[in-house]
Design a protein around this ligand. Structure first.
Ligand code: ADP
Ligand code: MG
Length: 289
């Protein structure tokens, strides 16, 4: 595409010689040349504007397709987690339950036989089996808590806080203003996953004593905050690492939130804890809950 000015010069060159009279006619001729020049520039600007518009529409279409595709990948991932969670719970979980029951019966029989050595070995085997059953159920729920589908965010986050507290000693409190209200299933999954990721970071990096999950709704906006009283981190360093293309849990949280039009921010002062906040506009169907 020729540059606008070059095109205008071309147009100027195309003005025939008889249109360039000397003397009094010169002024009119110059005016006409200027008009031709102006029209050529205008045509070029219009062409460029139309091109820009087409490009913009194509970018918007691509972005929409990308979001749809990324959401489908996310749905497939969650579905796969759901399937694995069910398989763990119903498959290995049921087998371990049956094994524990059987061991319990044998242990009861052994007690009657007065064989102390055998009794101890069976009791140990029973403990191991029950421990594995507990771990299997916990892993299954962490993969995809059925609570989330059945009872919603408040119940699932409560369970997550309790489980992580039991497992790590970190005191985790949930303060939810949702009053057990249900949201769109995608929103519930998104909030649960971001909380899970943020708490994993607290446990892994913060050396905190306690953490809080705060969930509130302001009109049509949902706000989730995961706060801790740990060592904090250098936000500038994190931003530099993200700009340099480092991918990690935080990047993943942001990407997932953006798919739903939300945003994740991390605020932290070294030595003074960290807050991860998700802000998400809810769609109209969620207004009625
Ligand atoms: N709650 C937190 N307290 C202290 N540092 C944190 C916290 N959350 C994140 N960070 C810092 O941010 C970094 C990036 O986190 P993330 O993207 O989840 O990656 P990863 O957990 O794999 O290191 C962490 O390595 C850690 O230095
Ligand atoms: Mg992480």
């Amino acid at each position: 595409m020729p540059e606008p000015v070059e095109a205008a010069m071309d147009a100027q060159r195309q003005v025939p010689d008889e249109d360039r009279p000397a003397g009094t006619g010169t002024r009119r001729s110059e005016d006409r040349e200027a008009e031709v020049f102006r029209q050529a520039v205008l045509r070029q600007v219009e062409a460029l504007t139309a091109d820009n518009q087409r490009l913009l529409q194509s970018v918007v279409r691509s972005e929409r397709r990308f979001r749809t595709l990324a959401k489908s990948v996310w749905h497939v991932q969650e579905e796969e987690r759901r399937r694995l969670a069910r398989e763990l719970h119903d498959g290995i979980g049921q087998t371990l339950t049956a094994l524990a029951n059987q061991l319990q019966r044998i242990l009861d029989d052994a007690r009657g036989a007065g064989n102390l050595g055998l009794e101890h070995r069976l009791a140990d085997a029973l403990d191991l089996t029950r421990g594995s059953l507990h771990d299997t159920r916990e892993l299954s729920r962490l993969l995809r808590p059925t609570l989330l589908d059945d009872l919603g965010l408040d119940a699932a986050l409560n369970w997550l806080a309790r489980t992580l507290t039991e497992r790590t000693g970190l005191q985790i409190e949930l303060r939810s203003g949702l009053d057990e209200q249900r949201l769109h299933p995608d929103v519930e999954t998104l909030v649960f996953r971001i909380t899970q990721e943020a708490l994993t970071n607290v446990i892994r990096h913060a050396q905190a004593r306690s953490a809080q999950i705060v969930l509130e709704r302001r009109g049509d906006t949902l706000i989730l905050r995961v706060e801790d009283d740990g060592c904090g981190c250098d936000v500038q360093l994190l931003a530099d690492a993200e700009r340099a293309g480092a991918s990690g849990g935080l990047r993943g949280m942001r990407d997932r939130a953006e798919l739903f039009g939300g945003r994740v921010e991390l605020k932290s002062v070294p030595g003074d804890g960290t807050v991860v906040q998700l802000t998400l506009a809810l769609d109209p169907p969620d207004r009625t809950g």
